[in-house]
Design a protein around this ligand. Structure first.
Ligand SMILES: [Mn+2]
Length: 462
């Protein structure tokens, strides 16, 4: 846990920004897998963690902005509970650790909120992403469940996003701890990617590394020789010589900050000539994008720059033709790069996505572009010092998409379909790092994880 002052300062700032009313922040509860007592691993709500630091279930908090009071709600274990849970720190003591003076049993929460709403005072809450919270808020405040998300407080959302977007030094330290786990996971995967090995053996080894270090994955890892499927959750392929495996994985730090790293690994240790060429293009696009990161630069422009670099590289191989800038303007790049360049990262791997992607990544003036490819760009607005973003360009040959575009002769002034056909079994390449925006530019966080062709081949052939 961070020092008490970190949490009190965060809440002080939140109270100031929200200005009036009552703020309700809900911690997460256990979530059952197949019967009530068999639950998914507990994950605290990130915003609750940010303001209250307490990483356990059954908690909620109310901040009365007008009165300047804060109260934590939760239940202490009974003697009967202790048989199953072991002794637990009393709530009052937990509250004191994070600078909260009031603590009350859970059953008081509904009563407190009813009293507030009867007096017509605003209750600010965040859009719930778990059904139990959604139903609870609906019942408590007398809304139909389908209206709850819309009735979430925009003031609170904006205040939370503003604060969580800018990472402090102690948060960066946590992200770098997560990245040190990523280093180990990626290095192990490179060494294990040998012909005859099943993908799940690598995924399992990575899970073991995280678990042995006392942490977990930040998200379900992608480890696949079918990297052209952007979020491929399957790990059942047997790797063979000549394959390339995409490893998009991340760990949580002890305080639940994420890492999110992708490397593309030649199975058996050496890229083929064709793979080296595509890899080099993605590498160049990624490096160009990282160099372009500076405070005040719009991330959508960095995305565009990466797209132009990708198309320019593909042109040298004869896959695209014409002016790369014009090709990107026409959307031709989305045959090869269908998603966004990156996203914010912090306590959530896609940071604060539950609060609404557009609050995090866009502004009134900088709106999401609805066009294919661009619509998947989660971050478009200008980056600022303290933002942590991922930079993850890729080239993906998706046979279904190639067939559809070819049938429509889509963007055929910019795409050589005969040449593209010769790559339809290529798969995909993605390279991803986590970058801190500093006054001087972007800094790639964490220990250097092998990325150049030479460095990846050295580990992969070890
Ligand atoms: Mn990512």
């Amino acid at each position: 846990m961070f020092p008490t002052e970190t949490y009190t300062a965060r809440r002080r700032r939140l109270r100031k920004q929200v200005a009036s009313g009552v703020i309700l922040l809900l911690g997460n509860d256990p979530s059952p897998v197949n019967y009530p007592d068999n639950c998914y691993p507990f994950r605290q709500d990130s915003t609750f963690l940010y303001f209250f630091g307490l990483d356990k279930s059954g908690l909620a908090a109310v901040i009365d902005v007008d009165e300047g009071t804060e109260c934590l709600f939760g239940d202490d274990v009974t003697v009967d509970d202790v048989i199953w849970t072991g002794p637990q720190t009393p709530l009052r003591e937990e509250a004191r650790r994070v600078g909260v003076t009031q603590a009350a049993p859970s059953r008081d929460l509904a009563f407190v909120l009813e009293r507030v709403s009867k007096r017509d005072r605003a209750i600010h809450f965040l859009p719930p992403y778990r059904p139990d919270h959604l139903l609870w808020i609906a019942e408590l405040l007398g809304f139909p469940p389908e209206a709850v998300s819309e009735l979430a407080s925009e003031t609170l959302i904006r205040a939370v996003v503003a604060q969580r977007s800018v990472k402090s030094c102690e948060e960066i330290e946590q992200i770098e701890l997560a990245l040190s786990v990523s280093y180990q996971m990626q290095a192990a995967a490179m060494k294990m990617a040998k012909p005859g090995v099943v993908e799940r053996e690598v995924a399992g080894a990575m899970a073991g590394i995280a678990m042995a270090l006392g942490v977990r994955f930040a998200f379900e890892p992608i480890f696949s020789i079918h990297g052209e499927t952007l979020h491929n959750p399957f790990h059942n392929n047997v790797m063979k010589a000549g394959d390339i495996a995409v490893n998009d994985s991340g760990a949580e730090s002890p305080m639940r900050y994420a890492s999110d790293i992708t490397r593309t690994i030649p199975v058996g240790g050496r890229f083929t000539q064709r793979q080296r060429e595509i890899y080099s293009i993605v590498f160049d696009a990624q490096e160009s994008a990282i160099v372009a990161i500076r405070p005040g630069v719009e991330f959508r422009d960095i995305h565009r720059l990466a797209c132009v670099r990708l198309v320019a590289g593909l042109k040298e191989l004869g896959l695209t033709k014409g002016d790369p800038e014009e090709a990107v303007e026409a959307g031709a790049h989305t045959l090869f790069f269908q998603c966004g360049l990156g996203h914010m990262m912090g306590l959530d791997v896609h940071d604060m996505e539950g609060l609404g992607e557009d609050y995090v990544g866009y502004t009134e003036a900088i709106r999401r572009n609805p066009a294919f490819g661009w619509s998947s760009l989660r971050l478009g607005k200008a980056v600022e010092p303290g933002h942590v973003v991922t930079v993850e360009p890729g080239i993906y040959f998706i046979p279904t998409l190639i067939d559809r575009w070819k049938a429509e002769q889509k963007c055929d002034t910019f795409i050589d379909y005969a040449k593209v056909e010769t790559y339809r079994d290529f798969g995909g390449v993605r390279i991803e790092d986590d970058v801190l925006v500093m006054d001087t530019g972007g800094r790639v966080l964490g220990p250097p994880i092998p990325k150049t062709i030479a460095a990846v081949e050295t580990l992969a052939s070890a």
